[in-house]
Design a protein around this ligand. Structure first.
Ligand code: PNS
Length: 163
């Protein structure tokens, strides 16, 4: 079984994340999306781990070889727990590179049996991030298309005036 893991905070999952998950699902027998709890990041996530998992499950319902799980351990330990040998990460603009390079190097240092693979974001999603989506939505801007529809509705409920 050739299993990949797509990790992230996913607060919330964006169309860019979904594109990476879809492309990973066509490269591996199956894919586990790992939702990191990350309680301390940017003053805490907007969506709870359960909400983030449920949103990704809805957005990936059309992908039969994708499952979603929350984790609160080192990524390499989670990869071993679920039996995945490849970490798949999306790479957007050059600004991602430094941080991703560091994480890939440290993960390799922690467990060299787990490989990290990068999939380039398509140009449309190069500058898309969960933080930007939340900022736009919080100010009442339109985020439809930037996130799966189910996330659009969830943001609308959470932030009241998101469109
Ligand atoms: O959505 P993000 O911020 O790109 O995801 C970062 C994530 C969740 C992949 C990273 O923070 C992570 O792997 N967290 C788990 C803890 C861990 O293993 N840290 C060491 C990695 S160098």
């Amino acid at each position: 079984m050739n299993r990949g893991i797509v990790p992230g905070t996913f607060d919330p999952v964006t169309s860019g994340h979904l594109d990476i998950i879809e492309r990973a699902s066509s490269l591996f027998d199956d894919v586990v999306v790992g939702v990191a709890l990350s309680p301390e990041k940017n003053g805490g996530p907007l969506f709870s781990p359960e909400e983030r998992v449920a949103l990704i499950e809805s957005a990936t319902a059309h992908l039969s070889n994708v499952s979603v799980r929350a984790f609160d351990t080192l990524l390499v330990d989670f990869a071993e727990e679920v039996g995945a040998s490849v970490i798949v990460k999306g790479l957007r603009a050059m600004t991602d590179f430094e941080r991703e390079f560091q994480m890939a190097a440290l993960n390799w240092r922690l467990d060299s049996k787990v490989e990290t693979m990068f999939i380039m974001a398509i140009p449309e999603y190069m500058y898309l991030s969960s933080s930007a989506v939340k900022e736009i939505a919080a100010h009442g801007g339109a985020v439809r298309g930037l996130v799966p529809d189910v996330v659009c509705d969830a943001l609308s409920r959470k932030l009241r005036f998101a469109r």
